[in-house]
Design a protein around this ligand. Structure first.
Ligand code: BGC
Length: 374
């Protein structure tokens, strides 16, 4: 990856230089797509030294460097160190996921009496926006700097009919890195025709550092007392079930690995955890959804969101064949994802919160990854 570092003149302040150790943003070229398009990588650095790297390909969070309890920095998100691996093999590492994050049963939904057939790219179902979702698009980037944060505005216009979704969807995702070690993601979209939309970020985390073993000792707490059980193809059955008394209940902080080998039918179907949690106490803006503590390093991640659901995915499909950013292989369950979202397959469940977006309306949602130490 290497190419020239460009110092950017940023709005609202003196030229920001992350290279000198201060807060700011720098840009480099990361690689070139087969069609000749150049892909950039932006490095955002805050005043305490936390660094986040973002690609214009897929809006991918390529690395997130945060300190442990002793002040030692590590990159805690899974990824690659080259563009070609992202294009050819990525299981959605760090990307913006859309137009519809998660699954739509048989890729089919009906809106205003018209039935749409989306790609079926996950067995019989549609997953994460189809064959070429938002994770594989090139986003326009505009950096900015404020007195206590640095950020990147990413935008992408998805033409009417792209991946068979109706409506031209104009999307922006603003990534902001704050001085208190939060990555804030503000999503916005408008459409030219009635459509469905469900956007998220698909970062995988290992708070020990990417490539440093499995995530089974991480202690997870999720603010949910219900979830949406799934069928064998991981499509919600339509029930909203209580978590109490099941090995999926994370209301009390529990090691991810403690019950992952349970014979509970839902865990077996997911090959581990791969479920949508119905978050408690929603409807009041940004609220804490989940908290993860890695006991050895003392690193803590909190997910705060205004969304009604959270997919907890325990990295069950990682299989030791992908070599990550730092050169190490990623075994099964060496990363987990906590994807804020509307429920999977909502377009086929009238009693789930609606994912319909109409012309004139604005889709807006915010999620924060907040890092700290114990
Ligand atoms: C899904 C998993 C899937 C993973 C990577 C998650 O959001 O729930 O089933 O394997 O994304 O595609």
């Amino acid at each position: 990856m290497a190419v020239v570092a460009l110092a950017l003149s940023l709005t609202g302040g003196p030229t920001a230089q992350a290279a000198d150790g201060g807060p700011g943003i720098t840009k480099k070229q990361f690689g070139t797509l087969a069609n000749g398009k150049k892909i950039d990588i932006y490095t955002l650095r805050n005043s305490t030294g936390m660094r986040v790297r973002i690609l214009t390909y897929g809006g991918i969070l390529q690395s997130i460097e945060v300190p442990d309890g002793g002040g030692e920095f590590a990159n805690v998100t899974l990824g690659f160190n080259n563009l070609s691996d992202y294009v050819k093999k990525s299981p959605y590492f760090g990307c913006i996921t859309g137009r519809y994050a998660n699954r739509v049963a048989k890729g089919r939904f009906t809106l205003d009496g018209k039935t749409y057939q989306l790609a079926t790219n996950d067995g019989p179902n549609h997953l994460h926006g189809g064959d070429k979702g938002f994770d594989k698009r090139v986003w326009k980037a505009r950096p900015f700097k404020r007195h206590d944060s640095v950020g990147l505005v990413l935008s992408y216009t998805s033409p009417n009919g792209e991946e068979s979704y109706p409506g031209t969807l104009r999307t922006t995702v603003v990534y902001t890195l704050t001085d208190d070690n939060q990555i804030r993601m503000d999503y916005r979209a408008t459409t030219s025709r009635p459509t469905i939309v469900n956007l998220t970020n698909h970062a995988y985390f290992n708070l020990r550092g990417e490539g440093d073993g499995r995530i089974l000792d991480h202690e997870l707490q999720i603010n949910a007392s219900r979830y949406t059980p799934v069928d064998k193809t991981l499509i919600p059955t339509g029930k909203i079930a209580r978590l109490g008394g099941t090995p999926l209940d994370f209301r009390e902080p529990t090691a991810i690995g403690a019950r992952i080998s349970s014979t509970n039918q839902q865990i077996v179907r997911g090959g581990g955890y791969d479920h949508n949690y119905v978050l408690d106490g929603r409807g009041h803006g940004l609220e804490p959804a989940a908290r993860v503590v890695e006991p050895d390093s003392g690193r803590v991640l909190e997910v705060i969101t205004d969304q009604p659901g959270l997919q907890f995915y325990s990295g069950n499909f990682l299989d030791g064949t992908l070599r990550g950013t730092g050169g190490r292989l990623y075994p099964k369950r060496s990363g987990f994802a906590l994807e804020s979202q509307h429920f999977p397959d909502s377009p086929n469940h009238d009693d789930f919160p609606s994912t319909v977006l109409r012309p004139g309306d604005v889709y807006r949602t915010t999620t924060i990854y907040a890092f700290s130490t114990m």
